[in-house]
Design a protein around this ligand. Structure first.
Ligand code: SF4
Length: 488
């Protein structure tokens, strides 16, 4: 896949920074989403109270996940669904492939699902000769481009109309214009065939409701309804943490999720599916399978800090406000989950070196926390992941050496003073109008896209000494006046 690169996040970011269109497109769309979100939150009123309620629901559910998961599974089975557990991506792929084989399915229609991206189900089924078609418009576009989503909610955020036109033209063999209606009409025609002929529909799951065993889907394009009602078999891929206890909790989540994701009061469609279709029901799949995925999630349960990452409701709001994501887009993260949530989730789920550099792709400004509808302290988790990385001795030797010298210098005032004197003298040839405009060697990273303020000519320590002397002098003069005054 396009974003599964062997290079680190730094290399991929450098590459992304060269792409002016990508940066402009990502900034334009995320700005729009941010603006809409603020308006929608304001319209609801008391947003902070809603956020706090959302946090409480997620914290309570995850703290008692074993209980609610059992309740969900029991009720889903009572409603007629088949429930499968998958310890990892390979097991989940195999469970799904087995269902596909049993049904002798040749065509699978998919609705947007991050879990299915996480387990790479499309590639797995395609290797077995099954045609998998993404039916969400954005996902359809990036499937044709053989890329991965670059945003949790808007997968094709980085594509121009011209690029989409080229992809659709190549797919359909007829020349299309860049007119939006024309393009969407092509996608509609093309996907309608898929809906009508698909043997199996695969969707994700925004929430699983424990008290009824229902799954809930928030969608905007109607494809979710088609995928869940037209094919005879419906497979749901669901992260094990997507549970909420009750419909009362769904009311809170239905207010938080669409507002945070797209600034809508509610998505165009909200589907609640409880079991397969029943006698005398005209719509709905005759067989419903729910595949519940662990894949590293249970490792976070009980962890004092990282359990909170399971509170996430995948709204994508933290991406829209992140200064790093807004510059480099999603593919630079190299993971299915981009942005601040991806920088925390990816290393935790994979527990290896693969994504160990992602927590460094953050300015730690805390904007992600402010945007998060369930108040996950992502900036704190990023620092803790960095700390873990450093404690495990995984940083480069040069970095370790640099920080050791830093510590040795800052631990003794005389060393600090001497180092500052040397630095002040060394910076002289590089300073223009109070700023260092360019450096060389390993320091280049500080100045190749911004100017660094130069060290002040006179250190604050010396200035402070002077100021204090002046203040003391004024005070003493005042005392003299006071001594000579008639005041009581
Ligand atoms: S961490 Fe918060 S803001 Fe980011 S996707 Fe998850 S719920 Fe949304």
């Amino acid at each position: 896949m396009a974003n599964e690169s062997e290079h680190g996040v730094l290399d991929r970011s450098r590459h992304a920074l060269q792409d002016d269109f990508l940066r402009a497109a990502v900034r334009f769309t995320t700005d729009r989403l941010k603006g809409r979100k603020h308006a929608a939150a304001e319209e609801l009123g008391d947003w902070e109270a809603w956020r706090e309620r959302g946090r409480q629901i997620r914290a309570h559910t995850i703290a008692h996940l074993d209980y609610y998961l059992r309740e969900f599974v029991q009720n889903a089975r009572n409603a007629g669904a088949h429930v499968h557990f998958a310890r990892d991506a390979a097991e989940a792929r195999e469970v799904i492939a087995q269902i596909v084989r049993t049904k002798d399915a040749k065509l699978v229609a998919k609705s947007k699902s991050m879990v299915s991206e996480e387990i790479h189900i499309n590639q797995h089924l395609e290797k077995q000769g099954v045609l998998v078609v993404e039916t969400d418009l954005g996902e359809f576009i990036i499937q044709l481009a053989h890329e991965a989503p670059s945003h949790i909610i808007i997968p094709a955020i980085h594509k121009t109309r011209g690029q989409i036109k080229d992809l659709f033209t190549a797919d359909g063999g007829q020349n299309l214009s860049t007119d939006t209606q024309n393009l969407t009409a092509y996608a509609r025609r093309r996907l309608r065939e898929t809906f009508m002929c698909a043997d199996i529909g695969i969707t994700g799951c925004n929430f699983g409701i424990a008290e009824s065993g229902s799954i809930v889907l928030f969608t905007n394009e109607g494809n979710g309804r088609m995928v869940t009602t037209l094919p005879k078999t419906h497979i749901v891929t669901m992260g094990m943490e997507r549970i909420i206890p009750s419909f009362a909790d769904l009311e809170v989540m239905a207010n938080l999720l669409p507002r945070s994701a797209t600034g809508q009061k509610l998505t165009t469609y909200m589907s609640v599916i409880t079991g397969p279709n029943r006698e005398r029901e005209l719509d709905g799949a005759q067989e419903l399978h729910i595949v519940i995925l662990d894949n590293g999630r249970s490792r976070q349960l009980g962890d004092e800090h990282f359990q909170e990452v399971l509170h996430c409701i995948r709204c994508g709001a933290c991406l829209n406000v992140c200064p790093v994501y807004r510059h480099i887009g999603g593919h630079a993260y190299g993971s299915v989950y981009p942005g601040p949530i991806g920088a925390v989730l990816s290393p935790l789920l994979n527990d290896g070196e693969k994504y160990a550099d992602l927590p460094y792709a953050s300015s730690l400004c805390g904007a992600c926390f402010e945007a998060c509808p369930v108040k996950i302290p992502l900036h704190d988790l990023l620092v803790l992941l960095r700390q873990r990385h450093v404690s495990a001795g995984k940083t480069k030797r040069i970095e370790r050496l640099a920080f050791r010298s830093f510590k040795a210098t800052f631990a003794h005032p005389w060393r600090y003073k001497a180092a500052m004197r040397v630095a002040r003298a060394a910076q002289k040839p590089l300073v223009r109008d109070g700023y260092i405009e360019s450096t060389f060697g390993p320091l280049m990273g500080w100045t190749d896209s911004r100017h660094a303020p130069a060290l002040a000519k006179q250190p604050f320590r010396e200035r402070f000494k002077e100021i204090r002397q002046n203040v003391d002098a004024v005070d003493n003069a005042g005392d003299d006046d006071f001594e000579g005054s008639d005041r009581p």
